[in-house]
Design a binder for this molecule. Structure first.
Ligand code: ADP
Ligand code: MG
Length: 245
């Protein structure tokens, strides 16, 4: 990649507005004039109350919904975006391996390559040995690992995470979060940046380089907090340990 590309943001959200139920007349304005920029090599947090429109914004960036107005731009060519959902969104009738392969099927990747790439993602995320298990046989933390493997298998540039730990108990959430940060700081995940939605301030401070504070009614980015933690954010780093302990 040349230096010109590196200076381009990965995502630019400009003046995004979203109204639900517009056709019924009395629509609900959920997002109003939302602006944000996601650069390379950063973890950005979106911190806001329940119902403030965070999921709506993430779905707009993922292309799952079309905002009522405004733009979501990807200034670099061929930017791939993956999303991890709060309640995992796995297919219960598919095995772990099949759930992870789903993302590649949509891209038309051949069966054998799909299998190899899925196995690699499963191994990376710590689910080696559970390829043939079904979601109902797994704990919540393991199910979210499947969700992560499925997101990573397509080699995304951007990982969007919608409250990925909030359905998990505190200890499971902590383990998954630190495992994810280790993969990130060791450069073992093939992603350029992460946008993570949370309503947990501590989680945002521990994970993010920048935190965008989101207002409610309507949702809008109202301030930004820069987090200055030791870099790289490695668990072994004494300064990081002091913060976590
Ligand atoms: P958050 O993720 O911050 O909790 P959401 O984006 O899920 O917020 O929702 C914002 C608001 O939009 C809420 O009032 C919610 O009830 C409403 N909403 C979300 N999805 C829909 C939908 N598909 N149709 C109508 N209203 C919706
Ligand atoms: Mg939400």
């Amino acid at each position: 990649m040349n230096t010109l590309t590196e200076t381009l943001p990965l995502v630019e959200v400009r003046d995004v507005r979203h109204i639900y139920g517009k056709s019924s007349g009395s629509g609900l304005l959920v997002l109003d004039d939302v602006d944000l920029t996601l650069g390379e090599n950063e973890i950005v947090g979106l911190l806001g109350r329940s119902g403030s429109g965070k999921s709506t914004l993430l779905r707009s960036i993922a292309g799952l919904i079309q905002p009522t107005s405004g733009q979501v731009n990807f200034p670099r060519a061929d930017t791939r975006v993956s999303m991890v959902f709060q309640t995992f969104a796995l297919f219960p009738w598919l095995t772990v391996l099949q759930n992870v392969e789903v993302g590649l099927e949509a891209q038309g990747v051949a069966a054998e390559e799909r299998r190899q790439r899925a196995l690699k993602a499963i191994d990376l995320i710590g689910l080696d040995g559970f390829e043939s298990a079904y979601p109902k046989e797994l704990s919540g933390g393991m199910r979210q690992r499947v969700g992560l493997a499925r997101a990573l298998v397509v080699d995304p540039d951007i990982l969007l995470m919608d409250e990925p730990f909030s359905a998990l108990d505190v200890l499971t959430a902590e383990t998954l979060r630190t495992d994810l940060l280790d993969l990130w700081s060791e450069g073992r995940m093939p992603i350029k940046s992460i946008l993570i939605v949370t309503h947990n301030i501590e989680e945002a401070v521990l994970m993010c380089d920048r935190i965008l504070v989101f207002s409610s009614n309507p949702g809008r980015v109202v301030s930004e907090i820069r987090v200055t933690l030791p870099q790289p954010r490695n668990r072994q780093d004494p300064a990081f340990q002091a913060l976590v302990d």
